[in-house]
Design a binder for this molecule. Structure first.
Ligand code: NI
Ligand code: MN
Length: 227
C-alpha cells in the first residue's frame, strides 16, 4: 500500500492512492509563477473540488476533458461541470460519503463561499475526508469551526489546512484546528499565493511542533511526500 502527496502551490495537491491519481482544486495556469507544473501535463483519474472559487476550479474543466477524469464535488458544482461539457462526474454533498474504488470519501462542511467563476451557484463550500489505507482530511477554504473535533475522531493521518488568513483561517486559528483534528501530520496551504495571504509557514510549523502533537510539514512546490 502506498499513498503520496505532491504540492503544486496554493491549494492544489496531487494524491497518488495506490496508483490512482487524484488532483485536488487545480489552480495552475493562473497561478504562475507560484505554480510551475502545467495544467496540460498533470495526471488525473479523479478531480476533487472543495468549492467553486476560481483559485480552486480554474483548471478543472480542461484537465477533466483531457484526462477523462471523474470530477467529485458537491451537486451544484458537478452540475456546472456537466453543463460545460464533461459527463464523468460523481455528485456528493456535505456529510455524505461514498465508497469509491480508491476509498471512502466524505464531503465535510466548510465555512466559506462557493460561487463559480461565471457567477453560477456553486452550492456550499466543503472539504474532503478520505478513509482509506490512511485517513486524509482536506479542509478546503474555511474558517475555524469547533466541529473539526468531530472530524478529529476519525484518526487523521494527514490534515491539509489553510493558514493564509484574510479569506480563510489564519495561523492562530489553524493552530486551534490542529488541536481539534489531532492529525499525525499537518500540511499548510492557501498562503503566499497573492498579496492578502502572505504568511511565514515555517514560523507556524514551529508553533505546531511546540504546541501540538502533530508533525508539521511545509511542502516546497512540486515536493512529494509519502503519506
Ligand atoms: Ni475560496
Ligand atoms: Mn481559495
Amino acid at each position: 500500500m502506498s499513498y503520496s502527496l505532491t504540492f503544486h502551490g496554493h491549494s492544489t495537491f496531487s494524491l497518488d492512492l495506490n496508483g490512482t491519481k487524484v488532483i485536488v482544486d487545480p489552480f495552475l495556469k493562473g497561478n504562475s509563477p507560484v505554480a510551475v507544473k502545467s495544467a496540460d501535463e498533470v495526471e488525473a483519474d479523479y478531480i476533487w473540488l472543495t468549492h467553486g472559487h476560481g483559485d480552486h476550479v480554474a483548471d478543472a474543466l480542461p484537465i477533466a476533458k483531457r484526462t477523462g477524469a471523474t470530477v467529485i464535488s458537491n451537486f451544484e458544482i458537478v452540475g456546472w461541470i456537466n453543463s460545460n461539457g464533461h459527463d464523468k462526474t460523481h455528485p456528493q454533498h456535505l456529510g455524505g460519503g461514498f465508497q469509491h474504488p480508491f476509498g471512502y470519501l466524505k464531503m465535510t462542511p466548510a465555512l466559506h463561499g462557493s460561487m463559480l467563476p461565471d457567477g453560477s451557484n456553486g452550492g456550499m463550500a466543503g472539504g474532503f475526508l478520505l478513509k482509506g489505507d490512511k485517513n486524509i482530511y482536506i479542509a478546503g477554504d474555511t474558517a475555524l469551526f469547533s466541529d473539526m473535533a468531530l472530524i478529529g475522531a476519525h484518526d487523521i493521518d494527514l490534515a491539509i489546512l489553510p493558514i493564509g488568513d484574510n479569506f480563510t483561517m489564519g495561523p492562530d486559528d489553524a493552530l486551534l484546528a490542529v488541536n481539534y483534528l489531532k492529525p499525525k501530520v499537518v500540511v499548510p496551504c492557501h498562503y503566499n499565493t497573492f498579496g492578502y495571504i502572505m504568511q511565514d509557514a515555517d514560523a507556524w510549523a514551529k508553533r505546531v511542533d511546540l504546541e501540538t502533537d502533530a508533525k508539521p510539514v511545509v511542502m516546497e512546490i512540486e515536493e512529494t511526500i509519502e503519506v
